[in-house]
Design a protein around this ligand. Sequence first.
Ligand code: AMP
Length: 114
Amino acid sequence: MSDTIFGKIIRREIPADIVYENDEVLAFRDLNPQAPVHVLFIPKRPLATLNDAAESDAGLLGRLLLAASAYARQEGFAESGYRTVINCNEHGGQTVFHLHVHLLAGRHMHWPPG
Ligand code: AMP
């Protein structure tokens, strides 16, 4: 997989507002927030898209979501609610080809999305 801007963030080659990190997950604020809270949860091991995840990545995908819900609890908006999104490829609106979970909170979300 070719390198992306998120690879540079993982290696600390470019700055990011990092809010959470463990051995396999990094979370940082989105540069162009779509809600008062907009944090991206990424695996440190690069997977380009959700299509590239295999059965052996099931635990990692689960832990990305659990990191997002733990962050929501820690920040006090778990009960009021939030949205998690994974965009995949062109029709999904994916622009950075390093798998990431968007966590959006702090306002009412609408459905269906645009
Ligand atoms: P997606 O469209 O799902 O691929 O989302 C990519 C997200 O990455 C967008 O919401 C961008 O605003 C965000 N983004 C791009 N570059 C950076 C960066 N250097 N730091 C933080 N967020 C970024």
